[in-house]
Write a protein that binds this ligand. Structure first.
Ligand code: SF4
Ligand code: SF4
Length: 284
């Protein structure tokens, strides 16, 4: 299986990716083929539906053989296509730079919501913010579902998503060139990669370059407040002597606990051991 993956599967994927290579500009590095962009964007929700099915069915993970197959598939997907966590500030800076460089920005319905048929009447559904050639594909494939937006609207939306407790991740493809495609603004109860990480232990995301820290003196206490514990999508907050503490090993640096901290006790600290991959061309 290892050999099949190394010598057949991955080279085949890379070849398809490189077919008819276009040039999307330097900042986003989007040099994937039109073939790949078109078909992936057209059927992304079906792809997500399949992942959701495989991740959520207990029988798949009980049987050794099916578990092994699913583990291999998820490993392949995660190695090549995944998202890195960004803070609100980083997301805004990213969008500003993308817009100022003249790339198209579009927003449309979250593919996880479409895959799970989980539309909300109370919370935003249109949280999938796509860029450049990827955005052009979505606008062409889903004229009623995606709309072209300007920088101001994009920035406004990101702040609204943050208020709703949605975390931000820049999705990209590692092959062949670490390219950035979409800023997913993810509702924790809808996000399929997060559900797969929580229930099956897959590492669905790259950590951001920050970790949260708490000034315990300023923390109002979990009983009185505790908002950060509810907001943390990664379960990185825990209680110690009535105060909210961060488990830095599993903190992804999303910053949701910081923007909502009632006592001004939480902040983000840059971790020198962590680096961005897809956003590194865009953020300093
Ligand atoms: S949100 Fe801030 S003040 Fe409230 S429990 Fe968490 S760290 Fe403490
Ligand atoms: S502790 Fe804060 S920064 Fe870390 S993952 Fe949780 S919400 Fe995000």
């Amino acid at each position: 299986m290892m050999r099949t993956r190394k010598y057949i599967l991955e080279p085949a994927i890379i070849s398809i990716t490189l077919l008819h290579v276009g040039h999307g500009g330097d900042l986003l590095n989007q040099r994937a083929s039109h073939f790949l962009l078109h078909w992936f964007s057209r059927y992304e929700h079906l792809f997500m539906r399949a992942i959701n099915y495989l991740a959520m069915r207990d029988w798949v993970h009980r049987l050794k053989i099916t578990k092994r197959v699913v583990d291999r598939i998820s490993g392949l997907v995660i190695r090549n296509i995944n998202g890195e966590i960004l803070t609100l500030e980083e997301s805004c800076k990213l969008v500003e730079k993308i817009a100022d460089s003249g790339y198209t920005i579009a927003v449309g319905t979250c593919p996880c919501r479409r895959a799970r048929n989980q539309m909300s009447d109370e919370k935003p559904n249109n949280t999938d913010m796509v860029f450049g050639r990827w955005a052009e594909e979505y606008l062409e494939n889903y004229p009623g579902l995606y709309e072209r937006i300007d920088k101001e609207k994009a920035l406004r939306l990101i702040k609204v998503f943050e208020d709703y407790g949605y975390f931000h991740q820049l999705y990209g493809w590692s092959f062949p060139q670490d390219a950035a495609f979409v800023l997913c603004n993810c509702a924790p109860d809808v996000c399929i990669p997060l559900q797969a990480q929580r229930t099956r232990g897959y590492t669905s995301f790259r950590k951001g370059r920050n970790t949260a820290v708490v000034d315990e003196e300023s923390c109002l206490g979990v009983e009185k407040c505790g908002i950060c514990m509810e907001r943390c999508p990664f379960g990185a907050r825990y209680e110690r002597e009535g105060k909210s503490i961060v488990n830095t090993e599993i903190c992804y640096g999303c910053g949701l606990c910081v923007s909502s901290c009632q006592g001004g006790a939480s902040s983000l600290k840059r971790d020198s051991k962590r680096e961005l991959v897809f956003a590194r061309m865009i953020l300093d």
